[in-house]
Each structure stands twice: as C-alpha cells, then as structure tokens.
Design a protein around this ligand. Structure first.
Ligand code: GLN
Length: 550
C-alpha cells in the first residue's frame, strides 16, 4: 500500500492525441520535484501488448528500455530525462500486463470460484498497480499519464480506477486534462468548444478535472480562460496556457510562469518544501535552443527512414536527444541529416558523407540496408570522420574492420546470414533457443549490465571510471572466436563484461583515427539534459573540430 497521504495526479488527454500529454506529465513531475517532493511518473498504455518490445518503431516510436530491462513506451524516456532519475517497472503498465495478471490469477483459482469481471477485478488490479508504484518508489506524489484521449474504449477502465481512488481519498487525488484549442485557418480565431466537449465527456465518467492545460498555437487570452473556466467548471487560475514552444524543454518553465506547481500543491493540501530552483534547467533549455551556436553537422545512417520525417524522429528519439544534450553542453548546435543506407547499396556515392563532421549508425534489426551501413562505416574509418556506432552500429563496425583490415573476408553476422563462413557477430546460445521456440517477447539481452573499461582508452577517459553500467537490447554479440584476430589487426575492445567474455565497446586508438567507437549497449538511453552522456560528448567534441568537405 502507498503511504497515507500519498498524492496522485492523473493526466488525461482531451480532443486529440499528440498534443503533449507526456511532456505535460514530465513537466509537472519536474516542478513538484523541484519544490522538494519525491515524485514518480507512471505511464499507462491502454494497448494489449504486454510491453512495447514487440512494436515496430516506425509505427509506435522508439522502444525505451528501463534499467530493469522492461521495454516501454518512449514517454518513459522523457520522464527519466526530465526527472533525471531511473524509473522502475512499477512505473509502467499496459492493458496487456493488467489482463495477464488477472488471467494468471484466475487460472490459479485466485478468485475463489467467482466470476472474474472487468469491474471489480480488472479495475482493482489497476488500482493495486497505482498503489504499488507509489509504494515501491517511496515517493510523495505519483503523476500518472493515462494514454489515449477521453472517450476511447481502451482507457476507460483506467479512468474508472482513478475515479474510485478519488472517491476513496478526495484530498489526495487531482485530475488534469491536457486539451487542445484549435485556430482554424479559415476563421483565424481560437475555439474553446472542443475542450468544453472533452470535459463534458470526462464528466460522463464521473470525473471532474481540477486543472486544464490548454494547448494551442498562441497563448490563450483572458477572455477564453474565463469562458473555459465557466463552461468547464474549473477555477480560472487552474487553466494553464500552453502555447507551442520551440522545444519540449521550455514546457516546465512555461508552466512555472503559470504557477502550475504552486497551484497544484495548494490543491493537494501540501506546502512548498523549498523554492523551486529551475536555474540549471533554464540554462540547459536556453543552450539547447540557441540558434546562434555554431553548427556541427551529423549524418545518421540507418534504415527506418522511409516513412517520412514525422515518424523518423520518434523512432530514434533518445539518440536525437542525446546528441542535443551533448551539443548544448559544448555550446554547439547539432544539424542532423538522415541518410537511408539502402541508397548506398543502390549506387548512390558514399562519398557524400564527406560533407558531414560526424557519422552515427544507430541500433537496428534485420537485413535491410546493412551493406550500405558497412560502406558508410568504411568511409568514416578511411576518411577519419568521427564515428559513433550504437549496438548494430558497433556490430557492423566490427564486421567492417574484420573484412577490410583483419583479412576476415567473409565476416558477417548470423542475424543476416545463418550459415556465415566467418560469424564474427553471432547469436548467444540461449537466444537461439528463444528464437526456435518462437519466443520473441522480452527475451533479448535487456536492461543494465556492468562493463569494465580498459586503461588508456577513449572510453575510459570519457567516463573517467573503471566500472560502468549501461542498458542493452540485442540478441547478438561479438563472437569470442574472432577477438584475437581482430585485436591483432588494431581494433581495441575497450569495454568488456566484467568476466571478459562479452565485448561491450570497440574503438580505434586516437593515433589512427580521431574518434571511431561503437557500443554494444545503448548509451542514448541514459543521456540526460543535466547529465549529457560522456560518449556522445566525446564524439561531438571530435566532430566539432573535424573539417568537412563541404
Ligand atoms: N540486431 C542486433 C542484435 O539483435 C542489434 C540490436 C540493436 O541495435 N538494438 O543484436
């Protein structure tokens, strides 16, 4: 059970999705944390997948892996970045997870012969999870984002569970609706009606919002605030104007100007424990948006690029953010270009990469665009362009080196070529079993693992310590049988599992290349606005001084 007096803030969406519920949730969390409260942020995803791991990133955005290894929605990444702390599996739930618990319990006769129903059993399981998240984290306040919009079939049981919690502890629960106020081009006037309708929809669940975050293109004026207040039955000072902003990192600053944190504490019967200091955040938000900062041009060479810009940035969200944080720290602005590696296979000249100051090959799965990526990596190595390889980007960097420098001509990964003559990247035995049993969900090497860093390497100098912990998500590893041959040819495995068996970081010495490094893990998952990731920072430092052939 959660502590007595534990507070819950539920964040719901009205009118339409995609207007920034996740950012609102993260910002509320940050503001309350800055006022001295321990906060945990919870994401509720109403879909039936048991976790986000089996979903295609071009359709659903990046899969964000928690320290524990749970594969979650990309919103969890934003939560961690705003709070600057790790979240736990208790902080994430899907309908699939909830139903799986209820059904497992029913199969084990856990309901004592009763008919098992959505109400009360599924609802109660949801409430148990809300409480478990609060208790596990030992926080004062849980901010819980319910995915989808009010009126969806899928999220109704979650709203119902929240309603019952409010009924049981009226002093401890707040509802926030993040709504949208459109300004139709033909009218040129901001309309409040959709928000009024959304609130009425929410009322039909027996829920009255305490706050309305009014998203719109321009700030909302007093007249409209009054109109919304009266028609939606919400205090005027609880209607927070949230106009479009240049970057999501400005949102907490805007909310703070609207006194959202103070108003929420008051509504929760809490007093401010300390004056919120957003100074460091403000400095970061300014730096990350500084359009006058000198540019550093980065090419990201990958494959999930066919579906247009809209999806693209979501599929690699953490990578983009990690680049931005390190660039801001260095007083730079990263100009990112997306390059589809398939084009290099179709004959487009790889020399176009000479235009960029740095190249990244991010994580990925499957065959498509692989040889194009290898060409790009070879170009980066031979032309001494700073290179960072993330997971697949590291495996392919090792394959490229094996083929072209270590003389292992047929080097390949068994992910692509099962019968590869030289399986330099190979599947782990337990992964083989998983795949042959058709066991795909949550069975990769997932979550945080320690790695030991070799003295005198770029990695060790960047991290400034010997033992690190980073998050993984992959099935394949560098094959130990080839390590000696590759190492003798000059590639350095600067990070390994503590027992020395798994290769976690590969790099070329600075004497041969300004920065050529790949990680078997995903460093981007631990990059934070106020704590940029050291490897991204080192990569960008090298890129910043590289003169491209523009
Ligand atoms: N496909 C590779 C593997 O499973 C790399 C995965 C990744 O880049 N996340 O090992």
């Amino acid at each position: 059970m959660a502590k007595k007096g534990h507070k819950y803030i539920f964040v719901l969406g009205g009118v339409m999705s995609g207007v920034g519920k996740g950012v609102a949730t993260s910002s509320i969390g940050l503001l309350l944390q800055q006022k001295g409260y321990a906060v945990n942020l919870v994401k509720v995803d109403p879909y039936l997948n048991v976790d986000a791991g089996t979903m295609n990133p071009t359709e659903h955005g990046e899969v964000f892996v928690l320290k524990s290894g749970l594969e979650t929605d990309q919103d969890m990444g934003n939560y961690e970045r705003f709070l600057n702390r790790d979240l736990t599996p208790e902080d994430y739930m899907t309908s699939g997870m909830v139903y799986q618990s209820v059904i497992d319990r029913e199969r084990a006769l856990g309901y004592g012969g009763k008919c098992v129903e959505a109400i009360p059993h599924v609802r109660d399981e949801i409430m148990r999870r809300f409480e478990a998240a609060a208790a596990y984290n030992g926080s004062h306040i849980s901010v819980i984002e319910i995915g989808g919009t009010v009126g969806d079939f899928q999220n109704a049981l979650f709203i119902e569970a929240a309603r019952v919690l409010k009924m049981e502890r009226p002093e401890d629960v707040l509802f926030v609706i993040v709504s949208y106020l459109p300004t139709p081009g033909t009218l040129g006037e901001m309309k409040t009606k959709p928000t009024q309708t959304a609130v009425r929809d929410l009322n039909s669940y027996g829920v009255q919002p305490d706050f309305i975050i009014a998203r719109s293109h321009e700030p909302i004026d007093e007249k409209r605030k009054e109109k919304i207040a009266v028609s939606c039955n919400v205090r005027k000072d609880h209607i927070i104007s949230a106009p479009d902003i240049k970057s999501i990192y400005e949102a907490p600053l805007n909310f703070n100007r609207g006194k959202l944190g103070d108003e929420m504490l008051e509504a929760l019967h809490l007093s401010e424990k300390r004056k919120a200091s957003l100074a460091a955040w403000k400095r970061f938000a300014l730096a990350v948006n500084d359009e006058k900062a000198p540019e550093v041009s980065i090419a990201i060479v990958g494959k999930y690029f066919d579906t247009g810009d809209f999806v693209l940035s979501d599929a690699y969200l953490s990578v983009i953010e990690a680049i931005k944080f390190s660039a801001a720290k260095l007083g730079r602005r990263a100009d990112i270009t997306w390059i589809n590696s398939k084009h290099f296979e179709e004959g487009e000249p790889v020399a176009q990469l000479g235009k960029y100051q740095g190249i990244i090959v991010p994580g990925g799965f499957g065959e498509s665009g692989i040889e194009g990526k290898i060409k790009a990596i070879q170009y980066a190595r031979e032309h001494k362009i700073p290179y960072l390889g993330l997971c697949y980007g590291m495996q392919l960097m090792v394959i490229e080196y094996a083929r072209h420098v270590a003389g292992i001509k047929n080097a390949h990964t068994t992910e692509i070529k099962k019968s590869a003559e030289a399986p330099v990247v190979d599947i782990m035995p337990e992964q083989k079993q998983n795949l042959s049993a058709g066991n795909y969900g949550a069975t990769m090497r997932l979550g945080a693992y320690p790695a030991h860093l070799k003295k005198g390497t770029i990695a060790r100098a960047a991290y400034k310590k010997e033992l690190i912990e980073e998050r993984h998500r992959h099935r394949y590893e560098i094959n130990p049988a080839y390590i000696e041959q590759i190492t003798n040819a000059g590639l350095v495995f600067s990070g390994t599992s503590p027992d020395g068996v798994l290769m976690e970081i590969a790099e070329l010495p600075r004497s041969v290349h300004p920065f050529m490094l790949g990680t078997q893990f995903h460093p981007e998952l631990q990059a934070r606005p106020l704590e940029p990731h050291p490897l991204f920072t080192e990569f960008l430092k090298a890129a910043a001084v590289h003169s491209s052939k523009a």
